[in-house]
Design a protein around this ligand. Structure first.
Ligand SMILES: [Zn+2]
Length: 181
């Protein structure tokens, strides 16, 4: 069964008349939208960074903050949206600026839990840059909490992963945390 046919089945199961005018093209559109929201499965780290790694003597922290983040929770297939803050301590190589955001997107465009998403981004940055340290903080609101279940509209989930110098050096970690505050 195609994704489109599956959506027709779901709408029918929900009690909809799948032949009514407003829904005629909905399965097709929903399938296309879901394929876009999950396109990270078709991407690889090599492809999204596309060789944009440059030699640099800079060993000071590089921080990209407030990266918009849209993902789907793997438990309910409902969106969670928020911001990612990504920092690393270069070790001879720096990554093209837009590539950090692309790496965030590649992992966000899959079914996720926020904790794993945070770790996957950190480990990807570490492996591609060989950085002396990587820090990732994600703040997000989960529709599965806001629209259903406990219906808590104002709670934000914060997750962080600290690798290398961000883990071992409290001064580096607190510099990062004050910069994103
Ligand atoms: Zn959920």
């Amino acid at each position: 069964m195609s994704l489109e046919q599956s959506y027709t089945a779901i709408l029918g199961q929900l009690g909809e008349d799948v032949t009514r005018e407003g829904l005629v093209d909905t399965p097709k559109r929903a399938a296309k939208a879901m394929q876009f929201l999950c396109k990270g499965y078709q991407q690889t780290l090599e492809e999204v960074t596309n060789g944009a790694l440059f030699s640099s003597d800079n060993s000071e922290m590089v921080l990209v903050k407030n990266i918009e983040l849209y993902s789907l929770c793997e438990h309910h297939i409902l969106p969670f949206i928020g911001k990612a803050h990504v920092a690393y301590m270069p070790n001879g190589k720096v990554l093209g600026l837009s590539k950090v955001a692309r790496i965030v997107d590649m992992f966000a465009r899959r079914l996720q839990i926020q904790e794993n998403l945070t770790r996957e981004i950190a480990e990807a940055i570490e492996s591609i840059t060989d950085a002396a340290g990587v820090a990732v903080v994600i703040e997000a609101q989960h529709m599965c909490m806001m629209m259903r279940g406990v219906e808590k509209q104002n709670s934000t989930m914060v997750t962080s992963v600290m690798l290398g110098q961000f883990r071992s050096n409290p001064a580096t970690r607190s510099e990062f945390l004050s910069l994103i505050r």
